[in-house]
Design a protein around this ligand. Sequence first.
Ligand code: GUN
Ligand code: ZN
Length: 432
Amino acid sequence: MTHVIKGQTLSFGDTCTDIRYEERGAIVIADDGTIVWSGPQPLLPHAFRQHAVEDFGMQLIMPGFIDAHIHFPQYRMLAAPGKDLLDWLTRFTFPEESRYADAPYATAAADKFLNRLFEHGTTSALAFCSVHKSCADALFAAAEARNMALVTGKTMMDRNAIPAVQDGPETGARDTAELHARWHGKGRLRYAVTPRFAITSSEAQLKLSGELLQSLDGALMQTHLSESPGEIAFVKTLFPDAQDYTDVYDRFGLLGSRSLFAHGIHLSERECERLSESGSTVVHCPTSNTFLGSGLMSMPHLRKAQRPVNLGVATDIGGGTSYSMLATLGEAYKVQMLGGYKPSAYELFHMATRGNAARLRIAHETGSIDTGKFADLIVLDPWATPVLASRQDVSNSLEDMLFSLMILGDDRAIRATYVAGRKVHQRISSEA
Ligand code: GUN
Ligand code: ZN
């Protein structure tokens, strides 16, 4: 049924300075889950005035958050106390991911995982699965049932792990091609070729990954790059002929406009130049980077005007410590402040919505409030907690409201979540 939701509405165009805001806005959502009209309430066309209305008053309706890097099979292992990245992977992560060989386990976990994303206001994601085909099948099926724009893929990893989470170059490539054929383009689903990182993929596997990226129609590529000093040193020993970490991927044709690299903390000028000219994206994962002690990623370094690298932002669950993109933006702010750069709230909210949509190549269908796009929306409650409520007493602008939400907010500030026009989450209790 066509319905109307009302509230403050905010979304962005291509840049964070292109702000579309209505203090008393309305959005009309059609049966098929798309937006058919949005604008100021007084201009709501007569044709839509007889439809059911949900009025959120002064609450803030925005596009749902898009998480550009998250690990589904790590959904319950947050806060695993590793010494550093490699220790954390070996002692906690690989054993946990081995459970996803079991299809019923993966299916039950996929439901919990996606519902948790919705509770935190995330409506789309680029996600890693485990190495097991059953894991990717489970997540794709759960996302399809929710009519969600999800990009994911089976992780490929053929060395330096434990046998229970390893494949081989040929089996990994065959499974990838089969999963792409089964799921890519079905509903709102997309496939991402997913070599875990240079440490766990042999040259043969990276070569096949590059070939898959070229041959699989419309597929993205996701991996990790330049996260921790120990990781970078290990990569050097594995690929002594490569110029640097980025060059390892570059040699196998893995850079490009469909490629997303998580972290990118310790990149040289040369690496940034290659990432920039190839149109690749680096995804900032601040809560993971501080939790694992990996380092402080610098947005201004990556975005230097003469060789700007595309940036995304993400939780990196379970290295990351919060599902909330609000909390993630708050931590991104703090990490950048430690590097001497003060991002604006508009810049960060843009990254988490329209910006990440562009990076995932789904901006034609989600990430903003525009006619023809799916109604993937959240209702943010700036008064959700006592602390937020009293903070709003001294808030003097829209940007300040957003700023307070990202510094003080989390899942408690997500009043409701809509995916393709359907309400998939509504917060019951308010603490205010
Ligand atoms: N590098 C390779 N695998 C992983 C992972 O699962 N999490 C993080 N943070 N870094 C990685
Ligand atoms: Zn990761």
